[in-house]
Design a protein around this ligand. Structure first.
Ligand code: SAM
Length: 233
């Protein structure tokens, strides 16, 4: 179960109404039962149910069961698409170990807005279901140009473009161990101006994911796999 509260030896963790409903109503847990908790910072803890009510409850941490496992320093930048497919991208990126998820607004992005809180909740659920102890931050929607203007020193970018023909360029192995990011475009792909700007960046490595045009959500999963195979763990 994901909680916001700090976790530690003997730490009491208060539950809100929704959490109490889930544990005591849906899962039928009672006082004396045990539950695994994580908060994205303190690893995973086994906790006893000390108080159980309809509107709340209290858990007490008894033992750490996992240390915090940080994923590799990989960001996923993607242009939001339809709601359910955007949810899918956040869910799969979390399962595959993205450290940060950044929705970016590009020239052909069809979605002007995202529900950041809803996407963050999807990341929490995905981390919960895959037994992760870390939850990637879902950033607010920003313009791609602005993100590139403020690009951090030393971070490499795998720029996925279906217009790139031929075999995927080898990802630069000398950058092994450096922070990376992946960029996936919207349904309409990238504009010529965006391509030119990206080609000119020394940190950007353009990559083909094969001869067929993948849906943006498929491309996100394929790109994370390619990156993990070449550089990540
Ligand atoms: N119209 C489809 C859709 O609805 O999702 C296809 C969208 S495709 C243009 C979206 C993004 O996926 C592209 O901007 C690119 O980042 C990535 N992509 C798709 N196929 C690719 C390929 N073969 N190689 C590299 N990137 C690809």
């Amino acid at each position: 179960l994901y909680v916001e509260h700090p976790l530690g030896d003997g730490q009491s963790v208060p539950l809100d109404r929704d959490q109490a409903h889930y544990l005591f109503g849906v899962m039928r847990m009672t006082v004396g039962g045990q539950v695994l908790l994580f908060n994205g910072r303190d690893g995973e803890w086994l906790a006893d149910v000390a108080e159980a009510g309809k509107r709340g409850g209290v858990l007490v941490c008894v033992e750490q069961t996992k240390q915090l496992q940080m994923p590799p320093d990989l960001w996923l930048l993607f242009a939001p698409i339809k709601k359910t497919r955007t949810d899918f991208i956040v869910e799969k990126a979390t399962e595959m170990g993205a450290a940060r998820i950044l929705p970016v607004h590009t020239a052909y992005t069809n979605s002007e807005r995202i529900r950041q809180d809803r996407l963050q909740a999807h990341a929490v659920e995905a981390a919960e279901q895959c037994g992760g102890t870390y939850v990637p931050e879902v950033a607010a929607l920003q313009k791609l140009d602005r993100v590139l203007d403020q690009w951090p020193d030393g971070r490499q970018l795998m720029f996925c473009d279906e217009a790139e023909v031929g075999a995927a360029k080898q990802l630069a192995e000398q950058t092994l161990g450096q922070p990376w990011a992946i960029l996936i475009g919207p349904e309409g792909g990238f504009s010529d101006a965006e391509r030119k700007r990206l080609w000119a960046q020394p940190f950007a490595h353009v990559v083909s994911l094969g001869p067929r045009i993948l849906r943006a959500d498929t491309a996100a999963v394929a790109a994370m796999t390619v990156w993990q195979q070449a550089l990540g763990d």
